[in-house]
Design a protein around this ligand. Structure first.
Ligand code: GAL
Length: 412
């Protein structure tokens, strides 16, 4: 094209000289804190002249997003990039649906900086098939500091201290536990409760190795009993509530605690709250040494065997150290690279980074069952069903244990 004065003027008017395409991004980051974090990524790409077509599918944990994704792929209309977790990524990779990101990964040295636990879910057959954004973990508790102070409650270190704190709040007429009754949220709590009840060997045997003995054990029954205690200490309107509305109850002082992954911190920050002053973050009592992690990644769908410029730009933006810091500070997660400074992070973020490094080196880092890092979706969903049915009173703990053994064995 011959650049005449008028075409140059038109290009200048449109704000960009590059004829860059768009990326269509399917994701489930629709809460206030999640959207604020996503804006960091959108802004990064917009600065490179790449347009963002947003494809949000509401529903924490991504169950609904994965259903929409399957429909889109079946219809031959896969989005450019898709937020995904753990075993779902490996599953799409095994189907040959994902682009090979090895060129950009090699150029930018991902092999050297992304932790091994994440690489295990980001590569298929030696090929990078997705770009890790962060590391979240599920064994956190979020507390309203003023509510705890007013009731003379110190951060509980053990399950017994936790039950004592809950009973104190209950006696004072405060909702002890903010919870949203959705299967993935029940399962998120169960991650931490199972870890705390049985310890890391039990968690690994039951959720990662799917060992029948562990699944059917007295320890598992005890874990279900503890879930029943939690169920007895949520408010009457918990059923179906979105996770961020449960977080809002803690933010507003309507409830004392929420057991939730560290995406909850994004909601506190988005509401202008400060850790240590307005809210407290601490590991679920009895899991101080462990980290049950999940990492959000963006898979790039194959577009005829080539990685498009936009896909490469998105992948490289996601892994850039400055983005890893800026995004995760807002999101509540920690960087997916080991070489990012903790300087910009608040106290909870600094603890999250230190806990992750310590857990990785002491053998205490485990994939989250609730968030797709312990098993493929079929097994995860089978566990969800039993945990939720028990939480809603359909099974007593002994029956839940039997159902769990059966459901997991059928799902494999
Ligand atoms: C998790 C995801 C987080 C957060 C959460 C609630 O599965 O890893 O990034 O979005 O769901 O939506």
């Amino acid at each position: 094209m011959k650049l005449t004065t008028s075409t140059l003027a038109a290009l200048a008017f449109s704000g960009t000289l590059a004829t860059a395409g768009d990326v269509e991004v399917l994701h489930w980051w629709t809460s206030g804190g999640e959207a604020a974090a996503l804006n960091v990524l959108k802004g990064d790409l917009e600065n490179q002249g790449i347009g963002w077509q947003d494809m949000p599918v509401a529903g924490g944990g991504g169950t609904e997003a994965m259903t929409v994704l399957r429909a889109r792929v079946t219809a031959g209309d896969a989005p450019t990039a898709v937020q995904a977790l753990g075993f779902d990524i490996l599953d799409w990779g095994a189907q040959g649906a994902l682009a090979d990101l090895n060129e950009v990964a090699a150029k930018e040295g991902w092999d050297d900086v992304v932790p091994a636990a994440l690489q295990a879910f980001a590569k298929h057959d030696g090929k990078w098939i997705s770009a890790p954004v962060n590391v979240h973990s599920t064994n956190w508790v979020w507390a309203n500091k003023a509510v705890l102070d007013a009731n003379g409650i110190a951060v509980p270190q053990t399950w017994d201290e936790f039950t004592a704190a809950v009973e104190k709040l209950s006696a004072a007429g405060v909702t002890p536990i903010a919870h949203g009754g959705q299967a993935w949220q029940d399962a998120t709590v169960f991650d931490a409760v199972a870890m705390s009840t049985g310890g890391p060997d039990f968690y690994k045997a039951a959720f990662i190795d799917l060992d029948e003995e562990a699944l059917g054990s007295d320890t598992m029954k005890e874990a279900f009993d503890r879930m029943a205690f939690i169920r007895a200490n949520v408010d009457d309107n918990f059923s179906g509530r979105d996770w961020n509305l449960a977080t809002a109850m803690v933010i507003n002082g309507e409830a004392g605690f929420q057991m939730m992954g560290d995406w909850a911190k994004g909601e506190f920050l988005n509401a202008g709250k400060t850790p240590g002053e307005d809210f407290l973050c601490f590991r679920f009592p009895g899991t101080q040494e462990q980290v049950t992690f999940n990492a959000d990644q963006f898979m790039m769908f194959d577009q005829g065997g080539v990685v498009s410029d936009e896909q490469a730009a998105l992948a490289s933006a996601i892994l850039s150290p400055s983005f890893q810091s800026a995004f995760n500070v807002v999101k509540g997660s920690v960087p997916a690279r080991t070489d990012v400074s903790n300087e910009a992070f608040d106290a909870c973020g600094k603890q999250g980074m230190a806990d992750l490094a310590a857990a990785a080196s002491s053998g205490n880092l485990f994939g989250s069952m609730a968030h797709g890092h312990a098993n493929p979706a079929s097994v995860k969903n089978a566990i969800y069903d039993v945990v939720t049915a028990h939480f809603n009173g359909e099974y007593d703990s002994a029956t839940a244990v039997e159902e769990l053994v059966d459901a997991v064995s059928i799902a494999q």
